[in-house]
Design a protein around this ligand. Sequence first.
Ligand SMILES: Cc1cc2nc3c(=O)[nH]c(=O)nc-3n(C[C@H](O)[C@H](O)[C@H](O)COP(=O)(O)OP(=O)(O)OC[C@H]3O[C@@H](n4cnc5c(N)ncnc54)[C@H](O)[C@@H]3O)c2cc1C
Ligand SMILES: C[S@@+](CC[C@H](N)C(=O)[O-])C[C@H]1O[C@@H](n2cnc3c(N)ncnc32)[C@H](O)[C@@H]1O
Length: 644
Amino acid sequence: MKTEAIVPAQLEHTADGVPFSAVYGDLYHPAAGALAQARHVFLAGSGLPERWRGRDRFVVLETGFGLGNNFLATWDAWRRDEQACRQLYFISIERHPLTRDALRTLQRDPSIAPLADQLAEAWPPLTPNLHRLAFDNGRVQLLLALGDVAAWLPDIVAEVDAFYLDGFAPARNPQMWQPRIFKAMGRLAAPEATASTWSAARDVREGLRSAGFDVHLGQGTGGKRDITLARFAPAFVPRRAPGRRAQALTRDDEVLVIGAGLAGCATAWALAGQGIASRVLDRHPHPAQEASGNPAGLFHGIVNAQDGTHARFNRAAALEAARVVSMAIEQHGVAGGVQGLLRLETSGLDVGAMRDTLRRLGLPDDYVQALDAVEASALSGLALQQPAWFYPQGGWVDPAGLANALLAQAGPQARFHGGIDVQSLRRDEGRWCAFDAAGHLVADAQSVVLANAGDAARLLGLPPWPLEKRRGQISIAEAERVGPLPRLPIAGAGYLLPRVGADALFGATSDPGDAHPAPRDADHARNIGQLQQLMGRVIDVAPSSLRGRVGWRWSSPDRLPLIGPVPDAEAARMAARLDQPRLVPRLPGAFVFTGLGSRGITWCALGAQVLASTITGAPQPIEASLLDAIDPARFLTRAARREA
Ligand SMILES: Cc1cc2nc3c(=O)[nH]c(=O)nc-3n(C[C@H](O)[C@H](O)[C@H](O)COP(=O)(O)OP(=O)(O)OC[C@H]3O[C@@H](n4cnc5c(N)ncnc54)[C@H](O)[C@@H]3O)c2cc1C
Ligand SMILES: C[S@@+](CC[C@H](N)C(=O)[O-])C[C@H]1O[C@@H](n2cnc3c(N)ncnc32)[C@H](O)[C@@H]1O
């Protein structure tokens, strides 16, 4: 999907106080009131609250988030209904979102005012992403897609139970009512899905009919005689692609997760959020003893002039990481900070060119800023020599603390079992059975997640995935010996953290094909060299006086993780089409989460949310094009393309 810079709404009001858009020349809601419309047209029009009763999950998709009144009314109705579904997903697409300040100052009906405050509190930076905002302990999830509805709808991955069509009037806002919008709705509709809108325009009814909906008129409200109501009744329902099919999970079964590093612990957390229990096995007695066991590491987004796949995935992941790291710090006392991060510009780009890039991409200040060396120095408290990208929501954290906090957050839904070295996995009568070295069955489940880094493919007896193993060593000194430390983490070629306890922590080396398990003085010397470059001064510490830690990063050739259902390479040989990863056949019930490279802290939470949604069939928190980019089947697709 092409990135479109987000231009916030310019909200105006009519003389009698109704919110109005001068750009579209239309009201945000009828003068009779937003809530009356939300409750009559959208809630009652979708058969709510009755339709969500007794269900595990109910999914609404709205075109036009606007002031959020429909979302707030739906959330409020869900809260008031004792029989409501366990989870409510509300996907909404908005091209011109309000700023947080505008959202805060809106006059709201007292019945929804407290929810509106929570919404404003959680409001994200206005970047062109799908933003996941969780409320009521994750039981209500708002997936807010910022950008044009026509670009977003085909890229949303979800099964929608109720569509709320709430663009401005078709005559003033035709993009929201084009035939391709209705076509995309047909692709997203769950069986029995409904659609409702206050518009009774003939073209709207025709559009819905052509997408497979039965359409009728309902009693109008707010000065309208009729409204449009529709139910999905298609002549033909195409089968979902193998990479997009959810598991038929038995609710009382646990998912087996192998590996309790950041990937495995985050998976248990995300599954618990969707009401799914897991059993997490690791060969070590405690979680996060391997790559995820460094005392500290960084997380942040990236900027790329084309805003390609990497930039979009990293941005979405960094925003999710900021939320979970804040949770780990505030609720579990984990060491870390979310006060921002400076990434020095090392390619020679000057600050003017950096600012041009940000202006062109329309990225907001609360996501990233371009600072000159003076500004970066003032922020960090060190005399820096280069301009820097400042990520206000970046930071640092103790990764093992984060992994443990994620497990703790999952509560009794996640059971950790240490000291279990899984040697093989075999599927028997629909269950994945894990065996130890003596061939004893150690656990079994319908679904298994391989979150065991470089050892993942071996357990299934599959040829290795194309992952490169790189040795990395960090260096640790007593803080006083390095001199003044920055107030924020600084990254460039290498990185330096703010004071971690009594220590200065910096690094790291990155060497493929190096299996040496213990810290080496020669590597400390290289880390000191990088640190001197970063700080622009001589650091007078002897390598032999430093402590360190060694770990291995597993990276894919395209520097993106592998997250999704495990491809069935055998079945793929017989498949008619492999030209898109989602078309590649899969092993039933087997999933992988690996290849986190040097970005496990940034990627683990979003990756886990993606994986949990893949397993349960919940709406995906990232778009289809990004799902394809991280799909473990992408290498088969590329090989098939080369052979074609
Ligand atoms: C020096 C260094 C610096 C880094 N700095 C950063 C940074 O600043 N920011 C950042 O985001 N990332 C950083 N990383 C990367 C980050 O640490 C990794 O991406 C992340 O820890 C990977 O998590 P994981 O869960 O995939 O792997 P791991 O943490 O290695 O977890 C895999 C787990 O699987 C278990 N396991 C494996 N096989 C089996 C089996 N057969 N049976 C049972 N258990 C098994 C292992 O015991 C292990 O606990 C750094 C890495 C290194 C090495
Ligand atoms: C009537 S308002 C929505 C009101 C909203 N549902 C509420 O509950 O407050 C219509 C919204 O559609 C948005 N919009 C207009 N054109 C759009 C487009 N092409 N893509 C996405 N959103 C668009 C407008 O910015 C506006 O916020």
